[in-house]
Design a protein around this ligand. Structure first.
Ligand SMILES: Nc1ncnc2c1ncn2[C@@H]1O[C@H](COP(=O)(O)OP(=O)(O)OP(=O)(O)O)[C@@H](O)[C@H]1O
Ligand SMILES: [Mg+2]
Length: 336
């Protein structure tokens, strides 16, 4: 794993008695697209504002590119592009003029990059129009273009697909993946759109009530949820006893339609072992399939009120209400 490009230690932000960000420990590896996911009011914008030196932490440290943002914002944010909430522009100026005004505050190359960044966000044909005539989605694109002007190694975007139409979201996704995969940049995006995060991001942190509940790769997040092999067979009672005794099966519960879930590994070998054991015992097997929770199920579980992780590992949070309670193994057959 590459060294972290964003790191926070016990980062905290209070507004009076309200704690908007609570002792957040975050580590974002360079060269990835990292999603910061959480419901409205979770603290996403507040954390991003601290990363971009737009707000001062009440306690703790935020480091970007290894540099403490609060003590050296210029050093930390060199070659970092950001967009927070709805980007603001001079409405009476054109998109291009707005970028020129912004570029003037950056290095000499920034002005030369204007045509390229306008093309990158799909605004090359409309760059000569006043921003007051732009749609919300176009202003959002211009915001991303502005964030790209500094040729950033790190791009921090707060809900960037706000206001984009489905085609715009798909284009945006390709653009972001291109920045990461082809150009080696790091992109940190906040969102409450699960679908978007699932498709764009390599890794995520889920934040709720100001606390990071879990963080890690998408795969780790899914694997920390409930996984197993789902079985549809003709003798649930016998199958229960058999499944309970198999190595690697951590528990068994019933699911809708009378199917059984053998919790644990989803590996092919596990499915083969389960099928073989059932068939050998004379249980008829209709189907055997892998089961894992969707990102949406995981997100809803995690944001429904689990305790936060301070170690950056995935805790196993309360399982969703099962269709049937976990079942104990049946008693051993009475001695004949
Ligand atoms: N300047 C402020 N003064 C007081 N409270 C604030 C301020 N800014 C944010 N908050 C509070 O901090 C909490 C986190 O807000 P924040 O804007 O970071 O949430 P968010 O995750 O970005 O939400 P959304 O998805 O709606 O954009 C909220 O309870 C909000 O009301
Ligand atoms: Mg926000």
């Amino acid at each position: 794993m590459s060294p972290p490009i964003i790191e926070t230690e016990a980062l905290t932000k209070r507004f009076g008695s309200r704690v908007a960000i609570r002792e957040v420990v975050l580590s974002v590896p360079a060269g990835t697209c990292f999603g910061f996911l959480g419901p409205n009011g979770a603290g996403k914008t507040t954390l991003i504002r601290m990363l971009l030196a737009l707000a001062r932490p009440s306690a703790g440290v935020a480091r970007v590119r290894g540099i403490d943002v609060a003590s050296d914002p210029v050093g930390a944010l060199r070659r970092v592009g950001g967009m927070v909430e709805e980007p603001r522009f001079y409405p009476y100026m054109t998109g291009r003029q707005n970028l020129e005004a912004w570029a003037a505050a950056l290095d000499a190359d920034a002005r030369r990059r204007i045509p390229a960044v306008l093309a990158q966000v799909g605004l090359e044909a409309r760059g000569g129009e006043r921003v007051s005539r732009y749609s919300l989605g176009m202003r959002q694109r211009l915001g991303v273009a502005r964030a790209l002007l500094s040729d950033p190694e790190l791009l921090i975007l707060d809900e960037p697909s706000n206001g984009l139409d489905p085609a715009g979201i798909a284009e945006f996704r390709q653009m972001i993946r291109g920045l990461v995969d082809r150009e080696g940049r790091t992109v940190f995006i906040s969102s409450h759109l699960l679908d978007e995060v699932e498709r764009i991001c390599d890794a995520v942190a889920i934040v709720n009530n100001g606390a990071v509940m879990v963080q890690g790769t998408m795969r780790e997040l899914i694997e920390a949820g409930e996984t197993g092999i789902e079985v549809d067979c003709d003798d649930v009672a016998r199958a229960l006893g058999i499944l309970h005794g198999l190595p690697g099966v951590t528990g068994v519960r019933t699911k809708e339609g009378g199917r059984l879930l053998a919790m644990g590994s989803t590996a092919r070998e596990a499915a083969i072992g389960i099928t073989r054991a059932l068939v050998q015992a004379g249980v008829g097997v209709a189907s055997v399939s892998r089961y894992e929770e969707s990102l949406e199920q995981r997100y809803l579980e995690i944001t429904a009120g689990a305790t936060p992780s301070t170690e950056g590992v995935f805790p196993r949070v309360a399982a969703p209400p099962p269709t049937g309670p976990p079942m104990p193994p049946p008693p051993p057959p009475a001695a004949r």
